[in-house]
Design a protein around this ligand. Structure first.
Ligand code: EPU
Length: 420
């Protein structure tokens, strides 16, 4: 299994380009199931999760591939009228976002059988809100043998109020509602930029969606959709991670392709920590302070501070001049990086869903183990600041969500190597 070795010390400087967003790409690939023609997605990140979803689509009889010659950044998906609407356990257990095929399969093919995703390292992650909404749209839902079996001759528009804000839940139901008969109203919908990107593509396919990006989304159902050519938005979490790489190394990095409007909360906290962050014509530039100031933060749904950036900010605040308090409000178990950061000398105490981070003067390199995607990023960031070498094991977690992060950091002057 690969490891990434990080030798701490260098200030990172220069320019780096953000890849396309993983969490926008996955629902867009699922949405391609809805179109009667082929869909082409550009700016797709070359990640293990994308490959897994391509594989899943192919097992259904869908023509789904990387377009040759486009350096694996373009994907083409064409679903014939006779797909096998099933997502088996073996693929869903690899990636819970596979559950995103449920809405489109149900809407276009009237039937879906999808393995129930289990929990994962960061929490239980149920899909009750997805299922509640499909029932409201008239689907018959059976849970049997670890699978969700959903059927509907044609879904019917309805008003759905999510009891809990859910990103993939909002996306899944949106993809079902576009082909339903009549009007669907989604209340308490997720406002993430990835939901907005999905709605933009669906509207270009012929859907009629208003309000995506707000908590009230209205969908007028249509009877068919076409394929589309769509360019995926850039990855705000990768962009944020690169901004923190600049911040933690006292560096000066221009993150090209970062969208300031998607990163307000993150940039706000970086500024509080003493970073100079300025928008440029094509992204954001971040200069790190000598010693970061302590900052309190709470993760919440967009436009609040994203849970997907919590571990990275914690790495930065572990070397702040004072004590920061970080509350994780989205997932119940997303502090798995704490024990590893402590092995590098960080002084962090966890009480329930709150971490109290007392800044230390130096971190020291150590062998550490990644437990989830963003935790791995946080350990690499800490390694950039630590004295000596940090060896991050289990980097397959990182590879699920960051395209060649260690190579991007190298171009900025980091001493990072992948060891097979
Ligand atoms: N929840 C329920 N019931 C549901 C759905 C969600 O109780 O039916 C709970 C979850 O257990 C969690 C909270 O609601 O406590 C929020 O979950 P949400 O459904 O919004 O998360 P998700 O859609 O499964 C997406 C991203 C995650 C990101 C979260 C929160 C994708 C593919 N994944 O997950 O990304 O952390 O939203 O922003 O879009 C990552 O990229 O590292 C990652 C984990």
């Amino acid at each position: 299994m690969d490891q990434i070795h990080v030798e701490g010390g260098p200030r990172l400087e220069g320019e780096v380009r953000v890849s396309g967003s993983k969490n926008a790409t996955l629902p867009l690939m699922a949405a391609a199931l809805l179109g009667e023609g082929a869909t082409t997605l550009r700016n797709v990140p070359d990640l293990a999760d994308v490959t897994t979803l391509l594989e899943l689509l192919r097992t259904m009889g869908v023509d789904a591939q990387w377009v040759p010659g486009a350096e694996r950044h373009v994907v083409r998906v064409h679903a014939p009228p006779n797909v096998l609407p099933e997502a088996p356990y073996d693929l869903v257990r690899k990636m819970r976002a596979s559950v995103l095929v449920l809405g489109p399969l149900l809407a276009r093919f009237g039937r879906a059988r999808v393995s129930l995703p289990g929990g994962c390292a960061i929490g239980a992650r149920p899909i009750d809100q997805h299922l509640k909404a499909f029932r409201a749209l008239g689907a018959e839902i059976l849970l049997e043998g670890g699978y969700v079996e959903a059927r509907a001759r044609r879904l019917k528009g309805a008003t759905v109020r999510f009891d809990k804000i859910t990103v993939t839940g909002t996306e899944n139901v949106l993809m079902a509602a576009v082909l339903a008969e009549g009007t669907t109203v989604l209340e308490n919908a997720a406002r993430e930029p990835e939901v907005e990107d999905l709605a933009r593509a669906l509207n270009a396919m012929g859907a009629r969606i208003r309000g995506a990006g707000t908590d009230l989304v209205v969908v007028e159902g249509v009877s068919t959709l076409t394929g589309v050519e769509h360019t995926v938005i850039s990855d705000r979490i990768e962009a944020g991670t690169l901004l923190v790489a600049a911040a933690i190394t006292r560096g000066d990095v221009h993150v090209q392709g970062a969208v300031p409007a998607h990163l307000d909360a993150v940039v706000g906290k970086l500024r509080e920590a003493g970073c100079t962050v300025v928008p440029t014509a094509d992204g954001l530039r971040c200069k790190g302070p000598d010693v970061p100031e302590p900052v309190d933060l709470q993760t919440t749904e967009h436009p609040g501070f994203p849970t997907d950036m919590q571990a990275q900010l914690m790495a930065l605040l572990s070397v702040a001049r004072g004590t920061s308090v970080i509350s994780e409000n989205i997932f119940e178990n997303r502090f798995m990086h704490v024990a590893e950061l402590r092995r590098m000398g960080a002084d962090i105490r966890v009480e329930g869903h709150t971490a109290v981070v007392k800044g230390v003067h130096t971190l020291s390199g150590a062998p550490v183990m990644a437990t989830d995607l963003r935790a791995s990023a946080s350990l690499i960031l800490a390694g950039l600041r630590g004295a000596g070498t940090t060896r991050v094991a289990r980097v397959y977690h990182l590879d699920r969500g960051y395209e060649a992060l260690e190579r991007k950091l190298q171009t900025l002057g980091a001493r990072t190597t992948r060891v097979k």
